[in-house]
Design a protein around this ligand. Sequence first.
Ligand code: 4H6
Length: 229
Amino acid sequence: MKFDVLTLFPEMFEIMKQSIFGKAMEKGIITLQTVNIRDFSKDKHKKVDDTPYGGGAGMVMMPDVVYDAYQSVASKDAKVIYMSPQGKSLNQKKVEELAKQDHLIILCGHYEGIDQRVLDKIVDEEISIGDYVLTGGEIPAMVLMDSVSRYVEGVLKEDSVKEESFSNGLLEYPQYTRPEIFQGEKVPEILLTGHHGNIEKWRQEQAFKITKQKRPDLLKEKGNNEVQI
Ligand code: 4H6
């Protein structure tokens, strides 16, 4: 999977060298290239934004600069994603869908956003990571890449993706590790029996109970929790 990120703050993406995403990059399963939009500025002051037509506060990123940054990584089979508070909400289903792509180009906006004309020309999908406003699209881009990377073959250990939250529409069952007694609290007895059938059944019941308690809205979604009905 190839990620190209168009941004005014490429240094922010250094953090992706950490942890599981970083390991996947070292292995060559994932590539992350940042493109500094400022490198495509047309003037000697490296200006990338200008005042909005019609007036109003703030600045708008200029279309020609953004377009040329895009052209430097464009390919016919790439999907271009614009991180924006106005986009469709990112959820696990969307993450799985994006993971099928081989090449994602992610555009990060700043200031008041980007001139609409270049967005209309290059963007395939506008995506939001939730209903709140951030100073830039960089953190949303990282959230998207991290979540998508987990579905790329070889990034996680086998089975970890299948067993987790949301893949069955339910939240996760609780996990326990040593010590067997922590501040007087014992690990649930059933987990010590070694009876895999019973343990599996107990975990499913727990997942259902926890989902009902914490996120009852998830149980109403189509295709979820068939096992319990
Ligand atoms: C595009 C347009 C994504 C990008 C405007 C981006 C939240 C999300 C941005 C803006 C983002 C999200 C610039 C508007 C700063 C507000 C960058 N915020 N903004 N929820 N901000 O995914 O002012």
